[in-house]
Design a protein around this ligand. Structure first.
Ligand code: ATP
Ligand code: CA
Ligand code: CA
Length: 430
């Protein structure tokens, strides 16, 4: 499910939306990036910059193919996050997202109705979010920034930008840009979305057999006898970071987040070719059909990348669009990842034995979906579900309980741990 995407090319029903999102990002981000760095102020966290695009253009915005409004939230904060904490090269960031106006769309993999778009090189994800989530993210941005500053190796989603587009007569669409936890260059053989809850947390095994991209859940993990294979060193690092991130999530009063886990089996390697079977390499000329099957090959040539980078640095959208960049996936993990302990081995975290020696598994993991505060809606759901279910096993519980259960479960499924999720989900976990 995760890796199958539809290319959004011209004629696609969301092409205009995508065009507007990318144009907004390109103009807004390069504008901010072109200014001289200055220390952040309190106001920066609440700032929003408005842009109005039309066919004519003006001194602030170049001409665009469609009329739309764009808002860039807290641009200076996100710039600092990207540059200082997430180690992104500014030109790379814009290049990945906007050098060609192509994204792959995954319509709503979750229940929330959000849409996910992958950048053409598969490094970045654009997720549309609700107005509520948007407001929430803005309200915690300062705490988030502080947490990231204090925890350079955080497992939380890395947010690179927060924006909104509004088309004439259309509704407002909020979206964030974040890291794709999964690598472009390695097959992910199994994917899990773990919450530490048993309630409704099973993907039907019969269906999973025919779908190597299924996003499996807690009960599948337990029934398949999965554990995190980390030796003492990595186990200590991982659990400590997990604990800190979980404490942060409790503090900001959220729940419903999960640990997304991708497992790459090195012995199996890439021979199944699960990567991007459909969305991966493709030819813009034939994008009408939506899908082209090809083997990933080396990323764009050096000189091409160079000319685009120059254009970005000059903030010259025209030459940036004209620069030709091949739609090929990189053979290697992204350079930013070497800065992060948990994303250092082939873009992920390699399993180790009790002597801390490497084993043949790479985990790609991170905590996702962290913008759901415990609010009125959830309380109602809790009360309602409690009537029929054991309140300790359902997933809508207060943030403190949610965080503890999440952490306890993950600890319990480390190698040698004593699994605390009851397979049938009917007994409390502690
Ligand atoms: P819901 O609220 O119903 O859980 P949602 O729309 O908020 O859904 P998420 O939970 O954020 O969506 O993500 C849904 C799926 O998308 C995840 O299970 C995962 O497969 C994929 N996904 C989300 N974020 C990432 C990420 N950063 N990297 C890779 N895959 C991701
Ligand atoms: Ca989710
Ligand atoms: Ca969600």
């Amino acid at each position: 499910k995760v890796l199958v995407g539809n290319l959004v090319g011209e004629g696609h029903r969301n092409y205009v939306l995508m065009y507007n999102m990318l144009t907004g990002i390109r103009v807004a981000v390069s504008r901010c990036q072109a200014k001289i760095r200055r220390p952040l102020t309190e106001d920066d966290y609440y700032a929003r910059h408005k842009y109005s695009f039309d066919m004519l253009g003006n001194e602030l915005t170049p001409s665009a193919r469609y009329d739309f409004k764009f808002k860039d939230y807290a641009p200076w904060v996100f710039r600092e996050l990207r540059d200082d904490h997430f180690h992104l090269d500014p030109a790379d960031y814009l290049l990945s997202l906007t050098a060609k106006y192509i994204l792959s769309e995954i319509g709503s993999p979750g229940k929330s109705g959000s849409f996910f778009y992958y950048s053409r090189d598969y490094r970045f994800i654009i997720k549309t979010i609700s107005h509520r989530e948007h407001n929430f993210l803005r309200s915690i941005l300062k705490d988030y920034h502080e947490h990231v500053r204090a925890n350079p190796h955080t497992l939380l989603s890395r947010f690179y930008g927060l924006h909104r587009v509004k088309m004439p007569r259309g509704r407002k669409i909020h979206f964030v840009i974040m890291n794709n936890l999964f690598p472009p260059h390695r097959d992910v053989h199994e994917t899990y979305d773990l919450k530490g809850s048993a309630f409704g947390r099973e993907y039907p095994e019969e269906e999973a057999k025919n779908n190597p991209r299924a996003v499996l859940k807690d009960i599948n993990w337990v029934n398949r006898g999965r554990t995190f294979e980390f030796g003492p060193e990595k186990r200590a690092l991982f659990t400590e970071q997990l604990r800190r991130d979980m404490e942060f999530l409790k503090r900001i009063n959220v729940m419903d987040y999960s640990l997304l886990v991708g497992i790459h089996n090195m012995e199996r390697g890439n021979r199944d070719n699960l990567r991007l079977t459909k969305l991966r390499v493709f030819n813009p000329e034939t994008s009408k059909s939506g899908v082209v099957h090809r083997k990933p090959s080396a990323i764009k040539s050096h000189s091409e990348a160079h000319s685009v980078r120059r254009a970005v640095n000059r903030s010259d959208p025209k030459s940036m669009l004209d620069a030709s960049v091949n739609m090929r996936l990189p053979e290697e993990g992204a350079p930013d990842r070497r800065h992060f302990i948990f994303y250092q081995d082939e873009g992920g975290m390699q399993a180790t034995d009790e002597q801390n020696m490497p084993m043949d598994i790479i985990y790609y993991l991170g905590i996702i979906d962290i913008c759901t505060p415990y609010n009125f809606g959830k309380k109602v759901e809790h009360a309602w579900k409690s009537v029929t279910e054991n309140p300790l096993t359902i997933s809508c519980v207060q943030p403190n309980f949610y965080g503890d259960r999440f952490y306890d479960f993950l600890l319990s499924v480390m190698r040698g741990g004593d699994v605390t999720l009851r397979p049938h989900g009917l007994e409390p976990s502690s």
